[in-house]
Design a protein around this ligand. Structure first.
Ligand code: CMC
Length: 359
């Protein structure tokens, strides 16, 4: 048995390929380099969903905008009980209010849900009223406007699109596998997406970028990096933003996002990027020294943290922003599973006690 199902192939997919040895990510026949920075969230969603809905329009911009407006109606259900929860728990609870189903309208509502609900939760937790979606804006620009109440600054919508496209799909990661298992029971896209959000929120998967900011804040100055990181490893902590189940080299998504941070910080705040690069170099050196048996390199979450911070998002909501992008992949995988896959039902090996034989 393979611990953690490492190396087990559990699905065939046309959606994405993760080459962990070469550090390459392909989404529906396009390399990450082709897509990141050049494609909007609507377009990568169209690419991922192609062939999985009979009535898929050529352009998802207007249908996704209409879905944002529709799910905004659920924001009224955001009560004080939910506001005490973490943003991802509150966003998940609002998403659970949407009707389940398998059609395109359900898929669009679910794709809009993390964006609309996260913006409303973040604002409500800061004591601010929600901002209505604006159908004249693209998805990323609207997310930023719903968060801040202002039109996005120059370059910000493109940077957020770069992020959402970069994380839109990634092979059979834990949340996508969870979504496919649920879809295989024919429970519906809503159930699959809720399972995806739940698996994503763990710190070993999509919950890492918030702690990356805590790490950077704890280190505070490049001169402290080595001592801080060595102490963390000595305590047995994982360095957040490093290591990956599949990549044995640098995660290609890290550089796509680092490029976006660099473009965003041109002329201003370049100090934060230089500081992060110094921490990254120190962390890689320490991981090579202390964990020589396992190649541990930078993963997507390290520069996710920098990018989302530069966009003004609170670290407590970073996992929700991951869900805004990955939801496109979860839905595509759920549809692919239903179209061609059987019920996923593996076996376990019993290692517990046996009942005593009757004398
Ligand atoms: N810092 C220190 N040691 C590490 C790290 C790390 N970030 N990652 C792995 N190791 C060590 C680990 O301690 C273990 O050594 P030992 O047994 O001596 O303690 C060895 O590497 C193998 O670890 P593993 O947990 O068996 O490997 P895995 O394939 O399950 O780990 C991982 C993958 C992402 C869970 C892990 O690298 C990790 O915890 N990283 C930090 C959290 C993080 O950045 N998560 C985001 C992942 S990328 C987003 C995504 O695609 O989901």
């Amino acid at each position: 048995m393979s611990d953690g199902l490492e190396d087990v192939v559990a699905a065939e997919t046309v959606l994405s390929e993760v080459d962990g040895k070469k550090g390459v990510l392909i989404i529906r026949g396009r390399s990450l380099d082709e897509l990141a920075g050049r494609t909007r969230f609507e377009d990568v969603t169209r690419l991922l969903w192609d062939g999985f809905f009979d009535d898929l329009p050529d352009d998802l911009t207007a249908p996704l905008a209409a879905a944002r407006a529709e799910v905004f109606g659920e924001v009224a259900a955001l009560d004080t009980g939910l506001l005490d929860r973490t943003p991802v728990e509150a966003m998940r609870a609002l998403t659970a209010r949407l009707a389940d189903g398998d059609d395109l309208a359900t898929a669009l509502r679910l794709a809009a849900a993390p964006a609309v609900f996260t913006a409303a939760v973040v604002r409500a937790q800061a004591g601010e009223a929600p901002v209505r979606p604006d159908p004249s804006l693209g998805h990323s620009a609207d997310i930023l406007q719903m968060l801040t109440g202002r039109p996005p600054e120059k370059g910000h919508a493109n940077a957020l699109d770069t992020y959402l496209v970069t994380v839109s799909d990634h092979g059979l990661n834990a949340s996508t596998f969870a979504a496919r298992v649920i879809a295989s029971t024919r429970a519906g896209l809503g159930s699959a997406v809720l399972g995806g959000i739940s698996a994503l929120k763990g710190p070993l998967h999509g919950g890492a970028p918030g702690p990356v900011i805590e790490m950077l804040d704890g280190i505070a100055h490049p001169a402290n990096a080595r001592a801080w990181l060595e102490a963390a490893i000595a305590r047995g902590d994982r360095l957040m933003g490093f290591g990956h189940r599949v990549y044995r080299v640098r995660d290609p998504r890290a550089d796509a996002l680092k490029g976006a941070v660099r473009r965003l910080s041109e002329g201003s705040n370049t100090g934060r990027l230089a500081f992060a690069e110094a921490v990254e170099a120190a962390a890689l050196a320490i991981l090579r020294e202390k964990k020589p048996d396992r190649p541990l390199d930078t993963n997507v979450e390290f520069y996710t943290a920098l990018l989302l911070e530069a966009l003004g998002l609170p670290p407590s909501a970073f996992t929700c922003v991951f869900a805004m992008g990955r939801v496109a992949g979860w839905i595509a995988h759920a549809r692919e599973q239903v179209a061609g896959g059987r019920l996923i039902r593996p076996q376990s090996r019993y290692v517990g006690p046996w009942p005593k034989q009757a004398a």
